[in-house]
Design a protein around this ligand. Structure first.
Ligand code: DHB
Length: 360
């Protein structure tokens, strides 16, 4: 069926970028339609990371969709870096003048945004086929594409057991990276570095727990709680950026424009930062006719995009073991980790990136 509908802004994709943009525009009285290829259940249950920067929390609150996040989200004032069998806390709040992160699943943010949109009487077209953009004109478009795959992936599980520690643990280990995270006081989210060619068959629950115990244990005897595994999946890693992030009247935001490796949980946060810039530019265009903010959309966003690409790459390379790595590479990583944990300046650099640099 072909459907013709007039609107001010057409948004393709009901992920965090599309839904936050629609919400910010609705708050400013600007009409939009949201078109999504998948069905509602799929987007509401797509398990992704669960760490919201302070900047993202502030944005969702100001858009009137922070109520459940404030009630159910877990505010973390620090995180742990683990290496050499010992754990070191980075006090995020203390190092960033009172900022923190909130652990709240991406799919929960998506559910809240969908509910808010539908409650406001606005539609989302789910299961839309063959979506095309027609008549986007400009004389000399350039689209540059950078892609960088990684020689490892993450095997993630959701386990029905209380978190084994109150904050996240990013662990460096000679067998490869491991991460302890959570979704609620009853649900633990855990990841182990695996090979990008692995399938789930290679990772029965017993093997996952064995690796997690090995990589997350500390010399002081701390142990990880086990529980029934309720979800298991493999996350591939890559980095890419599309430059510029606009073409005529088509604006790219979130994963359509860039992907970061998962270490640091920046995907949703970067999507939110893009659409904050885009919403402000669209509001200006509709209120005053001014187009300069829209014209500079890509340049404005790309400054943050490259910063976050670098941070995610830096966290990834500091914590993972690549197939060809030797003792020299391993020592370099440990030297960097010791520096981050031992120097207030270095810890502050990690902390301010982790809680989110201020939006422009
Ligand atoms: C989670 C994912 C991440 O990529 C990360 O850096 C921290 C936490 C998570 O799924 O909880």
């Amino acid at each position: 069926m072909t459907n013709e509908q007039r609107t001010q802004v057409a948004i393709i994709g009901a992920g965090p970028a599309g839904l936050i943009l629609a919400r910010l525009l609705a708050c400013a009285g600007i009409d939009s339609i949201v078109i999504e290829r998948r069905d509602r259940a799929y987007v509401e249950h797509r398990l992704r990371a669960g760490v919201l920067e302070q900047t993202t929390v502030d944005l969702l609150r100001s858009a009137g969709v922070g109520e459940r996040m404030d009630r159910e989200g877990l505010v973390h004032e620090g995180l742990y870096l683990q290496f050499d069998g010992a754990r070191h806390r980075i006090p995020l709040r203390e190092l960033t003048g009172g900022r923190a992160i909130t652990v709240y699943g991406q799919h929960e943010v998506v559910k809240d945004l969908i509910a808010a949109r539908l409650a406001g009487g606005d539609e989302i077209v789910f299961e839309a086929d063959d979506v095309r953009v027609i008549d986007i004109d400009r004389d000399h478009p350039t689209i540059r594409f950078n892609i960088d795959g990684y020689p490892f992936a993450w095997l993630g599980i959701l386990a029905q057991t209380p978190p084994s520690l109150d904050e996240l643990i990013y662990a460096h280990h000679e067998r490869g990276f491991a991460l302890h995270s959570m979704r609620s006081p009853e649900l633990t989210r855990l990841y182990v570095q695996c090979s990008p060619d692995d399938t789930l068959d290679a990772w029965p629950d017993e093997r996952v727990w064995e690796e997690l115990h090995l990589r997350l244990s500390t010399r002081d005897g701390w142990t990880l709680h086990e529980g029934p595994v309720v979800e298991k999946s493999i996350t591939q890693m890559r980095s890419y950026v599309v430059e510029p992030m606009q073409y005529g009247r088509l604006f790219l935001a979130g994963d359509a424009a860039h992907v970061v490796p998962p270490t640091g949980a920046k995907g949703l946060n970067l999507a939110a930062a893009d659409v904050k810039v885009l919403a402000e530019a669209l509001v200006e265009r509709y209120r005053t006719g001014r187009t300069d903010l829209l014209e500079s959309y890509s340049a404005t966003c790309l400054r943050r995009v490259w910063r976050v690409e670098h941070f995610s790459w830096w966290m990834t390379t500091m914590l993972h073991r690549a197939p060809g790595d030797d003792a020299f590479d391993h020592r370099l990583q440990l030297a960097q980790l010791r520096y981050v944990c031992g120097s207030r300046a270095a810890a502050t650099s990690l902390a301010e990136n982790y809680v989110g640099l201020e939006h422009v």
